[in-house]
Design a protein around this ligand. Structure first.
Ligand code: OAD
Length: 233
């Protein structure tokens, strides 16, 4: 069985109606990272940060996986598939993908402010109240990797990429590090890399054979995956 690693960014969820970050109408056109996505922001203006993630959580509850997520999940019928996502939504899981690593955290979880390993699922609703506390008595915060924080899942992600026979990269500008550098951790220069993205991600550093499918995920992924299935299933 081919080992296929799928590395996704905000673009894979764009066809489900979730905004990306750096496109013209993206989230970072309307919010400043320093106001909502840094540890300093959480200290300075906790209410704004928590409200930002409450709004994103409320929005995400109305969204459904699209044809791209579903094609990735269906690939498990004939390949050994691991998804690594920068996204904090759970649309890969909703589509049926069984092995999903979240590099930047998960919207439907909260964690203790002082203990990153004390993590709670939000099973009901979308709202984190400002004064909700963890068992250790600390305030809860969104389970999101903020800018300036370390990315604890990066090393396991590197290991997964190094075992890939094929790497598929979807809907990411490859602008945020260390996540973007995952493409360098393929086993050797022969491993083919497929990129599905209607825009122009920063591929300057990719040395492997690269096929850029300039389509949105809901169109390009089912096509690519059908082609790979015909070749390898
Ligand atoms: P970006 O917003 O930087 O990039 C989105 C990518 O999706 C671009 O390359 C677009 O061309 C592409 N895209 C747009 N519509 C698409 C569609 N329908 N189908 C496929 N691709 C499409 O998002 P990311 O690269 O995911 O981090 O951003 C990386 C990180 O920056 C995020 O995880 C987030 C953000 O700040 C944190 O919040 C910690």
């Amino acid at each position: 069985m081919k080992r296929i690693v799928v590395f996704t960014g905000a673009g894979v969820s764009a066809d489900s109606g979730i905004s990306t970050f750096r496109d013209a109408d993206g989230l970072w056109a309307n919010y400043r990272i320093e106001d909502v996505c840094t540890p300093e922001a959480l200290r300075r203006d906790r209410a704004t940060v928590i409200e930002f993630y409450n709004m994103r959580r409320r929005e995400s509850l109305t969204k459904k996986p699209n044809a791209g997520h579903l094609a990735i999940a269906a690939m498990e019928e004939w390949a050994d598939v691991q998804v690594i996502t920068q996204n904090v939504d759970n649309l890969h899981e909703q589509a049926g993908s069984k092995r999903v690593l979240h590099l930047h955290g998960e919207l439907m979880k909260l964690r203790s402010e002082s203990n990153p390993n004390l993590i709670y699922d939000i099973n009901d609703g979308w709202e984190q109240s400002l004064d909700a506390k963890a068992e250790d008595g600390s305030l809860l915060r969104p389970y999101i990797v903020f800018f300036g924080e370390s990315v604890p899942m990066f090393e396991p992600a590197c290991q997964i990429v190094s075992e890939a026979d094929i790497l598929i990269v979807v809907g990411t500008s490859l602008a945020v590090y260390p996540a973007a550098s995952l493409v360098y951790y393929v086993r050797d220069r022969q491993v083919p890399i497929y990129l599905v993205d209607p825009g122009n991600p920063d591929t300057a550093m990719i040395r492997n054979p690269l096929t850029h499918i300039k389509e949105r995920g809901a169109v390009g992924l089912p096509q690519l995956i059908e082609q790979l299935k015909n070749e390898f299933a």
